[in-house]
Write a protein that binds this ligand. Structure first.
Ligand code: FUB
Length: 464
């Protein structure tokens, strides 16, 4: 249940309004036809950082950190999970793991990665060990990619004061753990994924392997932090944050998981008003994607970052091309089925909205005021939708849930009354007829009504 006022609401409303304006000016003035299109950063209602994608059962899950509003350091208390089936609409799964998950940890929910093995999901993260004051690697485990996660072993998996674990499982079944800043460490994991099969060893940081940095005798190579190690086409890749500060993204490749590494160049140049960057690279539905973070949202910067994504194509020799940050993001990799239940918190772009834990499971769209809306992209209506149904709740007198095309103030395709239900988690199902929704198109779900919060949305679907 939420309080009658929300601590971040004013900030966030202003933030989203500002980002829409800023992006409209900077990015869309060149667009001559069609609706404004901004899908980067991928999340607009909270700051996110340190992306780690994972594909499981046809869905792409994105594990991130969460920069607190107004943060002036890497003040990070929890991690968040998001997912998509099309690379443009992202479902908010909330926060299934936080510093408190690890009873021995005191702070700093920094950059991690989740992997799946035998139906279990292992999330490797750096946190401060309260007893030693040093950064250590913890591992959370869950039977679901969206958690909740619990501490797998009740103590650090490894501890040497260094950060940013990355894990991959090789074709022979051997799992490898990499981490480090200022060094680059490697250890093999046992099949249980929660114990080390080899003592941590440093991967030699040579200029041939990791490029040359100038002006820092302590750190002669470009390697800074944030390794993202994976195998593709028989080649091992390490995409990492290079040089400091500001960082850029670079990559090295090797014929084995431990080297010898060869520096292969810049993946993403320094850009985007965050002095850190962090890579997550993955293939999904025929495309290759580079996740990263920047300070693109209003109020954004080095400690208030946002995860974004670009599509790229590997060079013929297997190296990764240089890719710049964009506000448009990748094109849809698939359509969304409007005739299946879709979550209110599945969002391509949100303006003024927030999310919260739903009493009916998962999350719900919340704090909707007059004019607040979400864009949902590439809905495959086919021959046409006839009715719209939504699960709504309101502790006030409610409002109208409008369905608009072409833009948030575009033509109205339908309008459902969302009545007062006596509570923000007291849910009812409403339906209304719709018209003109054929083919594949974007849709805007917009709240309309008086002042104050109007209603929440848990899920919606159309009937043909
Ligand atoms: O998010 C906190 C730290 O900033 C991460 O661990 C680093 O990779 C950098 O992104």
């Amino acid at each position: 249940m939420r309080a009658t006022t929300h601590p971040t609401r004013r900030t966030r409303s202003g933030l989203v309004a500002l980002v829409v304006l800023a992006l409209a000016v900077t990015a869309f003035s060149a667009v001559t036809a069609g609706p404004a299109r901004a899908d980067n950063p991928v999340v607009q209602h909270v700051y996110t950082a340190d992306p780690a994608p994972l594909v499981h059962s046809g869905r792409l899950y994105l594990y991130t950190g969460h920069d607190e509003d107004g943060s002036t350091y890497f003040t990070m208390k929890e991690w968040r999970v998001w997912s998509t089936t099309d690379m443009v609409n992202w479902t908010d799964h909330g926060s299934p793991m936080n510093v408190g998950t690890f009873a021995w940890a005191s702070k700093d929910a920094w950059a991690g990665q989740a992997v799946e093995r035998n139906g279990r999901f292992y999330w490797y993260v750096p946190v401060v060990n309260r007893a030693t004051g040093r950064m250590a690697i913890g591992v959370g485990v869950s039977d679901s990619p969206t958690g909740p996660f619990r501490d797998a072993i009740g103590r650090p998996l490894a501890e040497n004061g260094e950060i940013d674990p990355s894990v991959f499982i090789d074709d022979d079944g051997q799992a490898h753990l990499y981490w480090g800043n200022p060094n680059l460490w490697h250890a093999r994991l046992n099949p249980d994924m929660v114990s080390l099969a080899s003592a941590p060893a440093q991967i030699p940081l040579t200029t041939a392997g990791y490029g040359a940095r100038t002006g820092n005798a302590q750190r002669p190579t470009l390697y800074e932090e944030g390794p993202w190690v994976y195998k593709r086409g028989g080649l091992y890749y390490n995409v990492f944050a290079a040089q400091c500060c500001s960082e850029f993204l670079a990559h090295s490749t090797a014929p084995t998981p431990t080297g010898p590494w060869t520096y292969r160049g810049v993946v993403m140049p320094t850009q985007g008003s965050s002095f850190t960057n962090h890579a997550g690279v993955i293939d999904y539905k025929g495309g290759s994607y580079l996740f990263y973070h920047n300070g693109a949202l209003p109020g954004g910067g080095g400690y208030t970052r946002s995860v974004a994504v670009e599509r790229f194509t590997y060079n013929a020799d297997g190296t990764i091309p240089r890719t710049g940050m964009s506000t448009s993001g990748p094109p849809p990799a698939d359509t969304l089925n409007p005739y299946a239940r879709q979550e209110g918190e599945t969002i391509a772009w949100g303006s003024g909205v927030e999310t919260e834990v739903s009493g009916e499971g998962g999350m719900n769209l919340s704090h909707l005021e007059n004019g607040d809306h979400v864009k949902v992209r590439s809905l495959a209506f086919g021959a046409g939708a006839r009715t719209f149904t939504a699960r709504v709740a309101s502790a006030t007198s409610g409002g109208a849930l409008e369905l608009r095309t072409d833009g948030p103030t575009g033509p109205v395709a339908g309008r459902c009354t969302a009545p007062g239900t006596g509570g923000w988690q007291t849910w009812t199902t409403v339906s209304c007829s719709v018209s003109g929704l054929t083919g594949t198109r974007d849709l805007y779900l917009r709240a309309a009504g008086g002042s104050g919060y109007l209603f929440n949305v848990d899920w919606w679907r159309f009937t043909a």
